[in-house]
Write a protein that binds this ligand. Structure first.
Ligand code: NAD
Ligand code: ZN
Length: 364
């Protein structure tokens, strides 16, 4: 078992009602980590007398779900599985259910699931009684290495992903690797895409480590970035490496009914970003080759899936210009001599040429 502390400054964010200790928290990684749920709650939310377990239908049906024990009387609140559950309507539903079950401000919300559940339940906790304590049992690889860490919570609107939310830190996160036994193959791919990303964010040995050590290193890296920039005013944006093209590809995939997982898109986004960085003279062929190698080491493809060949460059550019990092221009997180950094004002021609290069390599 590896414990990774997430250290947060006092900042202007107050902790949840009834929580004990500093605003920072521990992330526990390892087989059986979820057994520590009751003691985590007893330690960090000592006044809690009741818990609300929020999960999705797939996780609720997993063989191990019945073992979840917050050590307090609790109700289970189940939403549908998948991204669609991240909706404001579910925030209202959950808060109403919390109220009906008598959940007090000093009680605790427990998210048991992947990133969808922790984003949704975390946001419900952030607004229930103007801020209740929550903790997360992260059950997907993606949530263990990324989504459950860092206190960004929220839901989608029909107009866009994650448009409504709050920065609300959990009181603890349990990344139980045993729970990953039931995770479907494509969901593994999603988590591995994020792991490939962390390799270039200061974790070059990541591909060589055990799964537990890999997760812990990703958590520690994310914790470090979050500690330096909790509200994403600056450096936290580096966690977006590979995501500019990834989000554009995901949008095209969604529109055309192609099943492309987030991590698969991130893997392609990393390869694309490396090609673009080379074009801009920031890195050499060896670094581009390393990007491809790392992506493949994590079991992901460095080529566009055949269903996505023949991308319309204008459509991709228009999505990339709308990226949250962009200031009315094309902005990317790119590798370079000083490591990965934010680069504004990339010329459309370079972005399109790099896309063509990715397509050409995919066809060979
Ligand atoms: N808050 C953040 O900082 C942050 C960061 C990255 C991603 N996210 C969000 O996270 C979400 C993606 O998270 P995700 O990939 O975990 O998706 P998810 O929560 O939808 O989980 C993926 C699928 O796997 C199932 N599942 C989860 N754990 C399982 C297990 N152990 N066994 C069997 N099935 C299991 C789920 O039911 C779901 O069907 C997105 O909404 C994204 O926006 C948030
Ligand atoms: Zn991501």
């Amino acid at each position: 078992m590896i414990t990774v502390p997430v250290v947060l400054g006092a900042g202007d964010t107050v902790g949840a009602a009834g929580t004990a200790g500093a605003r920072g928290y521990d992330v526990v990684v390892g087989e059986g980590a979820s057994v520590g749920l009751a003691s985590l709650i007893a330690r960090r939310v000592p006044r809690a007398r009741r818990a609300a377990l929020v999960t999705d239908a797939t996780v609720a049906a997993a063989s191990w779900f019945a073992d979840m024990d917050p050590g307090l009387p609790f109700d289970v609140h189940t939403v549908e599985a998948g991204e669609r559950a991240k909706a404001l309507a579910n925030v209202e539903l959950l808060c109403r259910e919390f109220a009906l079950s008598g959940l007090a401000r000093s009680d605790v919300v427990v998210a048991v699931g992947g990133g969808v559940v922790s984003d949704l339940a975390g946001f419900a906790a952030a607004v229930y009684h103007r801020g209740s304590a929550y903790c997360t049992v992260a059950t997907s690889l993606l949530s263990q290495v990324d989504a459950a860490i860092g206190g960004k919570t929220g839901v989608n609107l029909p107009e866009g992903k994650n448009l409504v939310g709050a920065f609300w830190q959990p009181v603890g996160v349990l990344c139980d690797t045993a729970l990953l036994d039931t995770l479907p193959v494509r969901e593994w791919a999603s988590g591995r895409g994020e792991m490939a990303k962390y390799t270039f964010l200061g974790e070059p040995e990541l591909p060589e480590l055990s799964l537990e050590a890999q997760i812990a290193r990703c958590v520690a890296r994310k914790a470090m970035v979050v500690a330096a920039d909790e509200r994403e005013a600056g450096s936290r944006v580096l966690l977006n490496y590979g995501h500019t093209l990834a989000h554009a590809l995901e949008a095209v995939a969604l529109r055309s009914g192609v099943d492309l997982r987030h991590g698969e898109a991130v893997a392609l986004g990393l390869v694309y970003a490396a090609g673009l960085a080379r074009r801009l003279g920031r890195i050499g062929d060896d670094r581009v080759a390393l990007h491809r190698e790392v992506v493949k080491r994590f079991g992901l493809s460095d080529r566009l899936p055949p269903e996505l060949e023949g991308l319309d460059p204008e459509e991709i550019l228009s999505y990339m210009r709308r990226d949250k990092k962009a200031a009315h221009d094309l902005t990317f997180v790119l590798d370079g001599p000083r490591g990965v950094e934010l680069v504004h004002g990339v010329a459309s021609k370079d972005a399109v040429d790099a896309l063509e290069e990715l397509e050409e390599l995919s066809c060979t």
